[in-house]
Design a protein around this ligand. Structure first.
Ligand code: ZN
Ligand code: ZN
Length: 318
């Protein structure tokens, strides 16, 4: 090869590597400048009242989260400003829109979800996004009725005993499935639902309600331990712990047993988050609401959600 050919070849190689180097991953290039988060897990503890979680003096029922706050962020004024039911609360989180949706799993959300937007944006396979829920009816979070999105970019699901219409299972089963999915499938987006303490409260079993708050606190801790023990997730994963709704304020209607309306007990919920991009040991007392999770997740993961309402919770970022 003569000198001119060598120069030409070198130029071609340089062009190709620069071209493909830039073209290959513009998102992660951009993201790497902004956020370290590239995986995200949302855990929805179904229906505890704020006065039994973070609002209880000394936080005796959530000792793990209370300890984890040293590495995380708590919003003390966080609300479901939409409909205080399970499917409405969950779909508000995943779509960023409050919708008075059927609560039995008979209706899909109108708007596309964080999973659909993320799968479309990244071109990832569906096994990289999961909805894992004790309640079978939450399988509706995997799709929507928007004709542009319906049936497309759907996350994988593992809900209830055997999918939509099959009934609830045990939260311990959900925890086991979460653990195996994280280790085998390596998803980058996941929403988890635990049916307790909600299911015990509806049965008016106050001891089991309290136990459900303690148990789910333990599950949150176990999931975070697994995340931080795995090099694929460690220091690049955001975990958000929240609720779909609270329960009636003590003394209002049947108190902790039910939830339906706009009393403070039903609306006031938890927002706790940990991850490489959040402040540590930080308590945010500015008012925020459920649909702010959606925009905050999209912002962290580097995509936009024009159909979602809500606002990015910028003050909790480092
Ligand atoms: Zn619920
Ligand atoms: Zn209420």
């Amino acid at each position: 090869m003569n000198k001119q050919m060598k120069i030409a070849l070198t130029a071609i190689v340089a062009f190709v590597s620069v071209y493909f180097g830039c073209r290959k991953d513009p998102v992660s290039e951009k993201k790497s400048l902004a956020f370290r988060t590239n995986k995200l897990v949302i855990i929805v503890v179904d229906g505890p009242r704020y006065t039994e979680t973070w609002g209880l003096t000394g936080r005796p029922l959530i000792p793990h989260r209370s300890e984890m706050l040293r590495e995380g962020v708590l919003c003390t004024q966080f609300y479901n400003n939409g409909y205080c039911f399970t499917n409405a609360g969950h779909s508000a989180i995943t779509t960023g829109v409050y919708q008075n949706i059927n609560n039995s799993g008979l209706e899909y959300p109108q708007n596309p979800s964080i999973f659909q937007y993320w799968l479309k944006f990244t071109g990832s396979s569906s096994s990289k996004a999961w909805v894992i829920a004790t309640k079978d009816k939450l399988e509706i979070l995997s799709d929507c009725l928007d004709p542009e999105w319906q049936g497309k970019y759907r996350p994988m699901t593992n809900c209830g005993t055997a999918g939509l219409g099959s009934g609830y299972r045990q939260d311990t089963t959900t925890l086991r499935i979460v653990e195996s999915t994280l280790s085998l499938q390596k998803p980058q987006m996941m929403l988890i639902n635990f049916k307790q303490p909600d299911a015990a409260a509806h049965a008016a079993d106050s001891l089991a309600y309290i136990q459900g708050i303690e148990d789910t606190d333990n599950y949150v801790w176990q999931i975070w331990q697994q995340i931080q023990a795995d090099p694929f997730y460690r220091d690049q994963t955001t975990m958000i712990v929240t609720n779909d709704h609270g329960r009636h304020t003590a003394g209002h209607l049947d108190g902790y047993v039910s939830h339906t309306d706009t009393c403070d007990g039903c609306k006031h919920i938890e927002f706790f988050a940990m991850g490489p991009d959040f402040k540590k040991n930080h308590i945010c007392s500015q008012p925020h609401e459920q649909i702010d999770i959606t925009q905050t997740v999209a912002h962290l993961m580097g995509f936009r959600m024009p159909t979602a309402n809500g606002r990015i919770m910028t003050e909790i970022f480092k």
